[in-house]
Design a protein around this ligand. Sequence first.
Ligand code: SF4
Length: 669
Amino acid sequence: MAKLKIYLADLVHNYLGGGSYMFPLNVGFVASYAKKIFGNDVAIEVIKYPDHLINKIKESPPDLLGLSNYSWNAHLNNKVAQFTKSFSPKTFIVLGGPNINQSEDGFKAFFKENQAVDFYVINEGELGFANLLRRYFDKNAQIGKIKESFVEGCIFINEEQIIAGEKAERINNLNIIPSPYLSGILDQFFEYDLIPIIETNRGCPFSCTYCAQGFVSQHKVKLFDIERVQEELDYITFHVTKTNLLCFADANFGIVPRDIKIAKKIKSLQMWKGYPRRCIINWVKTRQSITLSEIIGEAAYLVSSLQSVDPDVLRNIKRNNIDYNHFKEIIAHVNKAGGVSGTEIILALPGETKESHLASLRKLFDWNVSYIICYNCLLINGSELTLPEQRLKYDLKTKFRLIDSSFGQYGDFFSFESEEGVRSSSTMSEEEILFFRPVHWLIQFLWNYRCYFPLLKYLHIQGLNPVDFIVSVIENAAKAEASVKTIFQDFKEESINEWFTTAENLRDYYEKPDNFEFIRRGGLGKMNGKYTWRVILECKENFDKYIGNLAKDMLPGHDIILDNLVRFSMNALPDLSGKIDFKGIKLVDFQYDVPGWQTGKFIVPLMKRDVSYLFYFTDEKKDALNTLINQYKHANRNVTMRKMTEHMRITDLYYDMEEAKDKPVKGVK
Ligand code: SF4
């Protein structure tokens, strides 16, 4: 019997180039398990990029095409499924993944929208997909017979009825799935600029209503064997060449004590091979995260997510936050060690008001959180918040916007992914939500990205909360030089115009040739990153002047210190607007020792003394930066920089500093 030919793809829109995409670990798991069960009866290829898949289908269509389904590739999957069915009507098309509302209405809506899709595997994919293959073989590939009765873990339509059957049980022992790394299934992807992703545990014990994780995992956490995880880390480290990043897929890394061993393994690999230089981790919300982040060190930001600190909001979204005393303890500990202490916060959750969100932001600054990631509330398929009763209860009005870089033209079709965001609720108007758009941008730019961190720290110590300074920066933008003023005006217009009433309206708009050309050139992207880099690449000097003058107006009598703090920000970054070269060295004079204050983690006093510092890059940093510049290269420098700074160790972007003592220094400009 000929082998069953299967293509399994975890597609991403790489139309604007690569950079921030992960290895297709998800379909790698499904492929590994299917190979284990069906051996030589199946021939499976794992694919990541849409053009590769389309070419393969044209050359040799598969018997079965499986696609992982997320918000960032759902429209692309639909288009690829339509193309496949028109080109090869006999190919079975199976989707799987969290991007579906698990109700009769949700299933119906999915199959109405995705008419080329034959089956959907829900929750964990390995068992449901294997059940489907078993049925396929049993019924000799006859679709009518396959659909005669339910398949555990799958849904489909038969004679206009949804056949949902039983949910497949959670996999008790994850180690029944062979490792896609160790089996070599993923080897080909080390040739691309993809970020390796590893899963050490699966599932989440919590039930936040805006998230699908807890729901689909039935609140159970299962573990992969520690030895296997350690071997996978070795394997990745020895094969990776195109990136210095590593991502953890776990919803709560650190949830079990054994994760200390994993952290130690990462540290030993860093020391030995210099990889991973930065880990992207969703941390457990307990004190264990302190121990783990201490072990991993600078390579991981300790982000302890809160999402809101308002008790009513937390009740509405069914979320239990970490005890705030523990949270503050974690933050203090990380700050003292010189690490990055982060949290996430979501705007416009049910019950949130303008005042409560402002109060939350002020509180986070007062607690000295050094990295505050702000999101707009999105309605994600598969989460409780998308259900009609929740929308009604909180009067959630939504609109749609293009997902950053998630579009493209592939062969004969265009595809655009959209996300549904809350634009007003029973407690927040659209105008109030828009008020926070530039506030969140400037928190990322001035604070998280460290562009004016010492200045904001100083203002805070003098009694001015950084949020209140940021609101003034926005309100006084008309006083800035024209180049800066224009950027604020553009930001305001884009924050309104990025939203569309429906996903169809959005697609119609971006498909028009002029609009498509604009986004093709990188004109649209996550606004916080795009506008941060517009300022840095287009008018940093004028922005420095504006920020400095405003700070002096708001804090009279501190002019010299404020001049020194702004001078530090002016010089701390290299010039990234022209030819990029990390070889330069420069000498900067201060009357207040701002670099020393930063090196002392802002715990030491800001000393008044005449001092000169050399600003330069170490060889290690030069290597790390050059790797990333290559990984994220794009004709539009703004795209390169905004994508690169999303995941990198942000301090790598800044010069190292060393006090220059008396003697002339070779190479100084
Ligand atoms: S938001 Fe985090 S903690 Fe809450 S359900 Fe999702 S993964 Fe779990």
